[in-house]
Design a protein around this ligand. Structure first.
Ligand code: SF4
Length: 189
């Protein structure tokens, strides 16, 4: 019809069908493609399906805009989409939090702490990696690539930078001490 000001979106809730459809259409047209797994489900299920689908599609260089569609709050969709793009190396900015799976060495309540750190870092524009580790013995070494990290001990914990210990702090102060470091880094930017 002579009209070419368009973006194409083809979607499916079947992840592998969606991947294949994008591979086929990318061979046939040069129009920009809007990529997403539709009706993907709840936050956990939908994020996993979207991560697999978008990962397989975007890694082939296919796709120009994305949508993560979840049965959840729209803000969750944005977080999920940003994380997928960042994981694929297609987006910069925002703090990446890594945390250990916990083991017999863990002496602190790491799971809520990791969630609190995830919440804390959302407001910082820093492009760094922060680690939340269960023990001071192995934590700093295991997370030596992290720009900043905290690790638990017995009633106390440590703050570390690139694997080097900065200082010991009481367990209840781990979060506030991490915040201080982040504030300082954000002030330097
Ligand atoms: S950092 Fe410590 S607590 Fe976490 S998995 Fe490694 S050894 Fe276990």
């Amino acid at each position: 019809m002579g009209y070419d000001n368009l973006v194409i979106s083809i979607k499916s809730s079947d992840v592998m069908m969606c991947v294949r459809a994008h591979e086929l259409i990318a061979e046939r047209t040069r129009y920009p493609l809007h990529v997403g797994i539709t009706e993907s489900g709840s936050v956990l299920r939908g994020s996993i399906k979207s991560a697999v689908g978008l990962g397989l599609i975007l890694h082939q260089g296919i796709g120009d805009t994305v949508r993560v569609s979840l049965t959840g709050h729209p803000v969750e969709e944005i977080h999920s989409a940003k994380l997928i793009l960042k994981t694929l190396g297609l987006r910069r900015g925002g703090i990446e939090v890594v945390s250990c799976p916990t083991c017999g060495r863990t002496r602190i309540d790491l799971i809520p702490l990791a969630h609190q750190v995830e919440e804390l870092v959302k407001s910082y524009p820093l492009d760094i990696r922060v680690a939340v580790m269960g023990c001071a013995v192995n934590g700093p070494g295991e997370a030596r690539e992290a720009d900043l990290g905290i690790a638990g001990g017995n009633g106390e914990g440590i703050l570390f930078k690139k694997g080097e210990i900065l200082r010991k702090v009481p367990e209840e102060a781990l979060l506030s001490e991490l915040k201080k470091e982040l504030d300082e880094l954000a002030g330097q930017e």
